[in-house]
Write a protein that binds this ligand. Structure first.
Ligand code: ADP
Ligand code: ZN
Length: 737
């Protein structure tokens, strides 16, 4: 019999109080019960603040708790307050639950992605402004004169800005207010966001685009789940075409999310959006200021923001009425998040679309093998754009066999490529040299004793960065000044740079083409998004002759005068034994060469390679995309790799190797028997040591139709807890395997 274990029941304790279960944004699955203070009007989904240990955290009411444990009854803490924002919709709460169940990331961690609205939420602070109204003050000073001069136009200015602009302290302004020379008035609220106009500038479509646009339109009209693959070659105008679906969503008054792999690179995209719809969309990514973040979060939640352009985390925003998701460049690696929660934003976009019963558009010139298979089997509808807009031809691609036509020792641009660049520059066209390697050289070696500079805490060479004059570890960020002497044998002048990075390539370009204007684009040389955007503009405006870049330049840009792309090391991504290497190389090279010849003239791509007979090179040279996918799909099917089987990786790391290996072995020993599953390993992870942590990997492979997440959950529930420096991460659908 349940009896209240209370010796002195107080009236308060006997009063049935309302209890709710709250999800807090910490790495836990469970919810916590809190009591609802009288008079607080709460519904499930409300965003609240609650006391947690010694802190106050923002959390979400996840469920009513009609039968709270009576023993807790009198000990529950109260909800402290409710934020003035719309409650999170059931659709989003189900999505959070789903992602957590599927990825094995804790529910609290997933919820945290939804609650990243920053501290600045709440009623907008009223800012005070000052305006010149009265007679000049009796006592005049130089500082006062500057303020009067600034405000002589009679306009209202924020107090602090007026002080800053006039170069005076706020007290000078306040003195003038006291004397009646200035008045203080509240600044008007920030303008509400202007809605995008679907008819602002409708494009003239080519017949091919018209057909695809009509399909987009029909898709967006359905209020139901469906996935379309917008499969168009580089320069076919995929953006203009999926804008038709976006336009339809705007007409319906609903919201659309456009996911982009690399938000820093979307400057041109934002311009195109405003040219088409008359206003800029809302952005969502990690570089927003806290104030903008809060404003955008709220605008999404209350439906004021109709279109969101965002990085993968934008999937977790609390849309008031999401009607469409577009995943641009759906094959891109950057969609995979691999810290905290491991998830693939493209796959989760499809899940979110399914839960919300809305259409999803995946756009790419080189779809992932998974998506291509889904399109072939009819699970996704393919909407094709097989030719370029404006009658432009696809670039012609040639291989340069480095075994026969390679550059002299210590140089990296072969004579035929150098010749082609020379012609391009002479014709006042642009050339792009692509090398997916940051820095000057990937390895520094002592010619006297053979010493190689490597990171002390990672299993990696230190990369020579000459612009920064440092050797840098690309895995942990460790860096040291470039040495002039070998630390091992003491020899001077003996250190040699081995292999090229973009900085070294620029040196070679400067020697070959001293007259040309060059620019290096590499993520480590970018200080902020605005600099990046302005550099890309300089290229687009033709103020650069030769662009030297890493994969940053491959993505999405339109450079009207670029007709030549030279891939300096086409084999770079192929040699690492990863089954996805061929697919990735094919996608990347296709994309970077796809920058050429988009607006005038014929684009040409050169692939410098040691293996021109490799299927990737052959498919590129023959422009035979189908052949590549055919053979790649067949290989995946033979090995039962995704999407024909399922994969998960368990990554075990520890401060020392025996701990990591021992735990990994114990874990494998505990794997539940299941004939539809194969457990491989443990083996050293592809990067065996990162930041001083030794890493082992267990690969779990299952049949396609199998609840792999459930299997892993059962397995890990029986495993010992990780202690000390040990960590265990689950990566469902790993991108390299
Ligand atoms: P993709 O993403 O398929 O590589 P984009 O959408 O970037 O191609 O389009 C390539 C170029 O063609 C862009 O400069 C775009 O503005 C232009 N373009 C595409 N379709 C049209 C159209 N119907 N009218 C005018 N310009 C177009
Ligand atoms: Zn390191």
């Amino acid at each position: 019999r349940a009896v209240y274990p209370l010796l002195n029941p107080t009236p308060d304790a006997l009063m049935p109080r309302r209890v709710v279960d709250v999800l807090v944004p910490v790495a836990l699955d469970q919810t916590y019960s809190y009591s609802v203070p009288e008079g607080l009007d709460l519904t499930v989904g409300d965003v609240v603040t609650v006391p947690l240990a010694a802190r106050e955290v923002t959390a979400v009411v996840w469920a009513e708790n009609p039968n709270p444990d009576p023993r807790l009854h009198n000990r529950l803490k109260d909800i402290s307050g409710k934020l003035d924002v719309p409650p999170l919709r059931e659709e989003l709460r189900r999505f959070v639950d789903w992602v957590s169940t599927y990825t094995l990331a804790s529910r609290g961690m997933v919820a945290r992605m939804t609650l990243r609205m920053g501290e600045h939420l709440g009623p907008e602070r009223v800012r005070l402004g000052v305006r010149l109204v009265g007679a000049p003050p009796a006592r005049m000073t130089a500082a006062r004169a500057r303020v009067l001069d600034l405000l002589s136009d009679g306009l209202l200015r924020p107090k602090s800005e007026a002080a800053k602009e006039a170069g005076v302290s706020v007290s000078v302004i306040e003195g003038l207010v006291d004397e009646g020379t200035l008045t203080v008035e509240p600044m008007p609220r920030e303008k509400p966001m202007q809605p995008p106009d679907p008819a602002f500038a409708e494009p003239d479509f080519s017949p091919e685009q018209s057909a695809a646009a009509a399909e987009m339109h029909a898709l967006a009209q359905k209020d139901d789940f469906a996935v379309a693959l917008l499969d168009g070659v580089t320069g076919s105008g995929k953006t203009e075409v999926y804008f038709e679906a976006v336009a339809e969503i705007i007409r319906k008054g609903r919201q659309a999310l456009i996911l982009m792999p690399e938000i820093a690179l979307t400057g041109q995209f934002l311009d195109r959006f405003s040219q088409r719809f008359g206003v800029r969309p809302i952005e969502w990514h990690s570089e927003l200021t806290p104030r903008t973040r809060a404003r955008n979060w709220l605008a999404v939640a209350n439906g004021e923001a109709q279109i969101v352009v965002g990085a993968r985390s934008a999937l977790f925003l609390p849309y008031a009425d999401l009607g469409l998701i577009v995943v641009d460049e759906e094959h891109d690696q950057a969609y995979k998040q691999s810290d905290g929660a491991h998830y693939h934003a493209r796959d989760m976009a499809v899940v979110r679309g399914h839960i919300a019963k809305i259409p999803v558009v995946l756009s790419s010139a080189t779809p992932s093998v998974e998506t291509e298979v889904n399109a072939r089997t009819g699970r996704y509808t393919r909407i094709a754009l097989p030719s370029r807009f404006g009658g432009q031809h696809m670039p012609q691609i040639e291989a340069i066999d480095l075994r026969r036509e390679g550059p002299p020792r210590g140089r990296f641009i072969s004579p035929p490529l150098a010749e082609a660049v020379k012609f391009a520059v002479e014709r006042r066209e642009q050339a792009l040299l692509f090398l997916n390697r940051r820095g000057y050289a990937p390895l520094t070696l002592c010619r006297a004793c053979g010493h190689r500079f490597s990171c002390n805490i990672c299993d990696a060479w230190l990369v020579d960065h000459r612009f920064r004059q440092r050797l840098v570890c690309h895995h942990c960020g460790f860096s040291m000044p470039r040495p002039h002497q070998c630390p091992q044998c003491g020899a001077e002048e003996s250190l040699a740079a081995i292999g090229p990075g973009v900085e070294r390539l620029q040196e070679e370009v400067a020697n070959l083409f001293p007259e040309a204007r060059t620019m290096v684009l590499s993520s480590d040389l970018i200080t902020d998004i605005e600099t990046m955007r302005s550099e890309l503009n300089e290229i687009a405006e033709g103020r650069v002759d030769i662009i030297i870049g890493t994969q940053l330049v491959a993505k999405g840009h339109n450079f009207p005068r670029l007709n030549l792309v030279g891939v300096v090391d086409a084999d770079l991504g192929l040699g690492n034994g990863d089954p996805r290497a061929a697919e990735r190389t094919f996608q990347l090279l296709n994309q970077v060469i796809g920058r050429a010849g988009r607006e005038q003239g014929r684009g040409v791509g050169y692939l410098q390679t040691h293996q021109p007979e490799h299927p990737v090179m052959k498919a590129l040279v023959a422009s035979d995309r189908k052949a590549f996918y055919d053979s790649e799909i067949e290989a995946r099917e033979r090995a039962a790799y995704p999407p024909f089987g399922r994969l998960a990786a368990l990554i075990i790391a520890a401060a020392n190797r025996p701990d990591a290996e021992g735990f990994a072995r114990k874990l494998v020993g505990l794997a539940p028997r299941e004939e539809r599953v194969i457990v491989l390993g443990p083996a050293e992870a592809p990067l065996a040591v990162i930041k001083g942590r030794h890493r082992f990997r267990i690969l779990v492979k299952s049949q396609r139709v199998f609840d792999l997440s459930g299997y892993l959950r059962t397995w890990l529930a029986a495993a010992p807890k990780t202690k000390g420096s040990l960590t265990l991460e689950v990566d469902i659908d790993p991108q390299s395997f």
